[in-house]
Design a protein around this ligand. Sequence first.
Ligand code: SF4
Ligand code: SF4
Ligand code: SF4
Length: 375
Amino acid sequence: MAERHNWQLGRDMTYPYDAPLPQKQVAYVFDINKCIECQTCTIACKTCWTSGKGEESMFWNNVETKPYGGYPTGWDLKLLERREPAQWQGEVLKTKTIFEDHGPLDLPTGHLPGTMDYSAVNLGEDDITGTVEQGGHFAGIHPMWMFYLARICNHCTHPACVAACPRQAVYKRDEDGIVLIDQQRCRGYQACVEACPYKKTFFNLVSRTSEKCIGCYPRVEQGEVALCVESCIGKIRMHGFLTTQSEPREDNPLDYIIKIRRLALPLYPQFGTSPNVYYIPPVHVPDGFLEQLFGPQVDQAKTLYRSLKDDKQLLGALLLFGATNRIIEKFKVEGNEVIGWDGKGEEVARVPFTEPTRIRDYYDKQYDVYRHNTT
Ligand code: SF4
Ligand code: SF4
Ligand code: SF4
């Protein structure tokens, strides 16, 4: 048992696996306001990493519709129902994490999904919170809502999968915090599948081992962002590293967005695993629902997002989403542009705050055609 500080909970917590923090921590920011659920990310990951036998129901990346959707079915509801509702005093979690709400020798509180839970990949897709009555019409503020939640393994700072594995087949890399399963050591006990509160480890019925998102580590080692990040049509994703061994850096876009400005928030921080996919909450969704998902910072994050146009530094960091396939480790706003550098100090992105526009004549003499200008 180790006492670890969990900054997402504003307190120390008990963690049943003692390991030092990695040199730096892989992290992601997803701007939910921009996701269109095209599933390009899902397909990019699937075709590259999980197109083999026994991996048919395995989606390391999935995008589900909230409030009703989820893959595997009810992954979050089934855990929430077993636990007392999260209670916060300011930014401090008063209730227990999945490592604390049972005896010291028990595994983290979890559940093992049944086979049928993997049978519908996107149940609840596009379902909204209410129904429109026949003949109903729009009158003022729309009372119904939904949003898309893109999910991958969180490469948690305190991973439940690592803590649960009796063979220590699941491990967290020291160089970047990526969490992997050693396929040689794994015996398919599924303790990690049961323990992961996000259900992001999957059991392969053919190989009889558990598998999970590998954080695209071969790409990361080359300084490239993950496939699901590079392929994102909506440019909703940023992939980089959080500083772990010193104070957060103002010029590190991930440190800046997540830790300094607190615009992006962890998913279900109350579980206690310190997940490292951070979400910019959807501004049209009621706070109550979002606070259950993202904790007590929702209101201030939404306010910040709404005032982005007057916040050049923060807006600059967001403009770098999808700007390059290189991992940006340093950024700076200069005049009307934001510039990003990779880990080697090479400039890899330069994005203007205002895109240049060119208005064409509607009649093109060279080709004798009429054209419309679109915006
Ligand atoms: S590719 Fe991007 S926009 Fe499309 S579903 Fe995935 S996260 Fe959303
Ligand atoms: S999300 Fe689940 S599988 Fe991924 S590191 Fe956290 S506990 Fe492990
Ligand atoms: S990081 Fe790589 S392995 Fe993980 S979900 Fe994204 S594409 Fe798949």
